[in-house]
Design a binder for this molecule. Sequence first.
Ligand code: SAM
Length: 239
Amino acid sequence: MAKIRLFIDHPLAGGQPAELNADQAHYLSGVMRLAPGAEIALFNGRDGEWLARITAAGKRGGEVEVLHQTAPQRDPPDLWLIFAPIKKARTDFIVEKAAELGSARILPVQTDFTNAERIRQDRLQAHAVEAAEQCGGTFVPQVEALQPLSRLLSGWDESRRILWADEAAAGPAESLAGLPPGPWAVLIGPEGGFSPAERDRLRALPFVTRISLGPRILRADTAAVAALTLWQAAIGDWK
Ligand code: SAM
């Protein structure tokens, strides 16, 4: 089994060549010291994982020969993470863990108490790719642009339920085993929590399920991991 796994946005089929960009070629030849002939694993988020042999790798780019499929495409459950960005490193952590924990889509939102004015969507997407490369996944969640939570809720498709972690519900956490299957989204607030107006709006929405994440107030990054874990263990692909 190849030790190195790379995501490339390129169709993958046996016997076909695939281009490596300069960063990928430099990583393989300059950092990992691999020479032509060495084998790596590739995935593109659609066609599963494939073994490939390096045919050229230099400063300006490289090329591999795609050999055969080593793992089928495995998409995560239809689970999104909606979260309010916090400090940069911790926001990076949330995106990385959401990718590892099997989120299909990641939606950063601005809430009433969110401090972050902007995010680096390209950097966060790169973190999602790295997480997929590291965890053996063949799927990479799309990190969306930052948008107001109010606008996201206004255009919400009500067939997707929202699992809202509300810090004001802190206390005994009920089992999620009884949640209905189907498309879901987990909603995590910022360091400052949800505003009273947001809480009133969310409580009135029929497709929102309000949950506790236990008796202690968790940091937003801890809460994101906890909520995704509970959902995956209860009705996700950990069963
Ligand atoms: N400033 C808030 C306070 O002091 O109550 C805490 C917000 S907490 C740092 C960030 C987010 O994590 C919350 O908005 C919520 O989504 C989630 N969270 C943290 N602890 C939680 C708990 N015990 N139950 C439910 N959600 C929790």
